[in-house]
Design a protein around this ligand. Structure first.
Ligand code: NZQ
Ligand code: ZN
Length: 385
């Protein structure tokens, strides 16, 4: 196992009815800005519950944070924070709203243009406003991590930043608030969480038995419960298991002390920025080809994945590995997330543009061995057509 330093200060409040406890976690004299997206929280009752729970607080609102939150929109929120002397943020929504709130929290206290936070991947953030999160879409893990991904529409750039000042102070996870998710977002969420586990698990063995078995437990649970969430959308326990999987998939725990990959995510972010695929759609397209092309470097872990996650033990190694990757692909499809570039209207002619932006953003040595060069990525994209 590699040396590691594990830190996570986010308090989790999990279960049905937890929104009612909100007032205990937001400072009584705070000037609160409620940050949300396009309005799903008004349709499923979450907004009303939040407003009722904060009846004694000073609360104003900022709405319209879009999926793949944009710098342009978030800068307007920062202006509002300054104009209204806001000192506490409350994100209510999916990963985009929570990521956006992290950017607002850090950007509002920065002396330079907040876009530099993305350019420097968070290195220039030394403080941030406190904030809490109410999660309505299990997927990104943003509710319990220090990462945020922001898009600059004008330049078609989608960059991530990380900083320990932007962990949520608390996160409320009420699985019953996910009943209203459209099928597409249920599928996206399960695929994203699955990919997060894989990015931290599917590398090479370092004898980190706890991390490996936790990771396999999360994958097995997603495989078991993901399709159930589509089949029985109002089953509380299914939603609860999916929600807790997504949070634990990217709160730092399973990634501690192990090598990490993230090449699929980096290529995926460019596909979203250029061609507007949903985040999870990019992962479903790229990950199977990424594993096929990089099979040699990942052989030991692919065999472990085949055996422990898919129960594949017979046949020669290469057959088992291919079967495991195919099972994963079929699982993504079962979740309603298509796995070929062609399914999203993209073709061979669209690949050069992806490679050009990866080069521009210096994403030319990705992966746990830093051997995912542009030539490797080209092969991956060609195999994904
Ligand atoms: O905007 P509203 O109206 O709220 O609707 C949203 C949105 O249209 C809707 N939705 C959310 N909860 C709902 C609901 N609809 C009905 N009922 C509910 N309970 O779902 C749509 C998608 O929401 P979004 O927040 O965009 O999805 P997701 O949570 O998948 O977040 C995706 C973003 O997170 C980033 C992605 O790149 C993308 O920008 N990521 C963040 C990470 C992190 N912070 O650690 C890691 C990830 O790898 C990822 O990159
Ligand atoms: Zn992701």
């Amino acid at each position: 196992m590699l040396n590691f330093d594990f830190y996570n200060p986010t308090q989790i409040l999990f279960g049905e009815g937890q929104i009612a406890s909100l007032a205990k976690h937001v400072p009584a004299n705070a000037r609160v800005l409620l940050v949300y997206g396009g309005g799903s929280i008004k349709q499923n009752g979450v907004y009303d519950e939040v407003i009722a729970a904060l009846a004694g607080h000073h609360v104003t609102e900022f709405s319209g944070v879009e999926p793949n939150p944009s710098y342009e929109t978030l800068m307007r929120a920062i202006e509002q924070v300054k104009a209204e002397k806001i000192d506490f943020l409350l994100a209510v929504g999916g990963g985009s709203v929570i990521d956006g709130t992290k950017f607002i929290a850090a950007g509002a206290l920065l002396d330079e243009d907040p876009w530099t936070i993305l350019e420097k991947h968070g290195a220039n953030v030394s403080k941030a406003m406190p904030f809490g999160a109410i999660l309505t879409l299990p997927a990104t893990g943003s509710e319990m991590n220090s990462a945020s991904v922001v898009t600059r529409k004008s330049t078609q750039e989608k960059f991530a930043f990380m900083n320990r000042n932007v962990y949520p102070k608390f996160a409320i996870l009420d699985p019953s608030k996910t009943y209203s998710l459209p099928v597409r977002q249920v599928g996206n969420g399960v695929v994203d969480a699955f990919a997060h586990v894989m990015e931290q698990y599917m590398t090479y063995p370092v004898n980190a038995k706890v991390q490996d078995r936790f990771a396999e437990g999360l994958l097995l649970t997603l495989i078991e419960e993901g399709p159930q969430a589509l089949a029985n959308p109002d089953d509380y326990d299914v939603r609860a298991n999916v929600m807790w999987c997504a949070t634990l998939a990217l709160n730092g725990l399973i990634g501690s002390g192990v090598p990490q990959d993230w090449a699929t995510h980096m290529v995926g972010h460019e596909l979203t920025a250029l061609y507007h695929l949903d985040h999870a759609q990019t992962l479903a397209v790229i990950m199977p080809s990424m594993l096929r092309v990089r099979k040699e470097g990942k052989r030991a872990k692919l065999l472990q994945f085949a055996e422990r996650v898919w129960g594949l033990t017979g046949g020669d190694q290469d057959t088992r590995i291919e079967a495991a990757i195919t099972r994963m692909e079929e699982f993504f499809e079962k979740m309603g997330v298509k796995t070929r570039l062609g399914d999203y209207g993209l073709a061979a002619k669209d690949i050069d543009a992806v490679l050009a932006v990866l080069e521009k953003h210096r994403m030319v040595k990705l992966g746990e061995h830093r051997d995912v060069t542009l030539a490797v990525t080209r092969k991956v994209l060609e195999l994904s057509l």
